[in-house]
Structure formats: C-alpha cells, structure tokens
Ligand binder design. Structure first.
Ligand code: ZN
Length: 184
C-alpha cells in the first residue's frame, strides 16, 4: 500500500526512474550553463520564461512538461539549492507564495486534491538541483497520472499557452489588488 502511495505523491521521481528519454532531458538541463529558473527570475513575467508571478523573493513558473493540467512550480528568485541557505524572510516569502499558488490552482482548476513536493538535491531526483523548486500538481479523481508507467502514453489535457493565459489573468488581478492596497 505504501508503494502505491509513493507513486502518487512523487510523479517526478517516478518519471525519472521509468522514462529514460526524460532523463536525457533532465541531464541536458543540468549541464546547461544558464539556469532556466534564473532566466525566468531575470526575464520577468512572460510566456517565454513561463513565469506568471513574482514577489520580492519568490516566483511562480509553469512546468514546461506538466504531469497534469495546471502543474506549476514555486521557487526562489535567487539561485539557491538548499532550504538551509534561506534567510527567514525569504523562506517565509516562499511559503506564502506556495500557499498563494495553491489558491490559484484551486480557483482556476478546482482540483479534488494536490500533490505538493520538492525533490531536495540531485540524489532525491531534482531535475535542477541547484535552484530548488516546489511542484504543485492538481489531481482529479481518475486522472490516470500513473498511465505513463503502463503504456508510455500520457493524458496531457491542456496546452501550455492556454494554462499560461489562465494563470496570467489570475495573477494580474492579484497584482493589481496588491497595488491598490499599497496605495491606501
Ligand atoms: Zn537558477
């Protein structure tokens, strides 16, 4: 029973273990000179970087290869690979942003549940171990997320640009509300 539970909680590890083609992609990312998450931090909010929201310390970025519709990542702006390197302020900001991202997923996709997790370090299966990131994967009853294991087939439900537009619209509203509050 525990084994089955693990498969549901850690889709990324499962993918790495069972899909060698994806491992190639992950290795390529690790070898790249430019960290994609640093690029999204610098490039601000755009479809090109898949970043939809930024705070003083954190950012919310769409996963380019989602495990389910609406799969997003919450991570620091700075290139940090360990939670022990955070200041209290940056860590708190990251946790607040994680909850905000969960709220967004909930409001936009109304999932029945979430898988939230971080692979901390390369050994734990992190694709980009030097720039830590939480995964938020929305889950629905019968969404068959285990399907790639069986048939190398995957139900990817929504295109990345449609997901991006939905998140972008949502976070634009959040940002303008925050601005208004700041002026009061
Ligand atoms: Zn980075």
């Amino acid at each position: 029973m525990n084994i089955q539970l693990d498969h549901h909680i850690w889709p990324m590890e499962r993918d790495i273990l069972f899909r060698p083609a994806r491992m190639k992609y992950v290795r390529k990312l690790i070898k790249s000179n430019e960290c994609v998450f640093c690029l999204s931090a610098k490039g601000k909010i755009s479809l090109k970087t898949l970043c939809v929201y930024q705070t003083k310390h954190s950012q919310i970025v769409l996963n380019k290869y989602p495990y389910n519709s609406g799969h997003i990542l919450v991570l620091p702006l700075n290139h940090v690979g360990s939670v022990f390197e955070f200041s209290d302020e940056a860590y708190l900001d990251l946790q607040r942003t994680l909850r905000l991202a969960m709220q967004a997923v909930n409001d936009i996709y109304q999932p029945a549940g979430f898988n939230i997790g971080m692979n901390h370090g390369a050994t734990a299966g992190a694709g980009i171990p030097d720039h830590l990131h939480y995964h938020i994967v929305p889950r629905w009853h019968g969404d068959l997320n285990f399907f790639p294991l069986i048939a190398e087939t995957k139900l990817v439900i929504e295109s990345i640009d449609i997901s991006y537009k939905r998140y972008q619209k949502y976070f634009k509203k959040i940002a303008s509300t925050q601005k208004q509050r700041g002026k009061v």
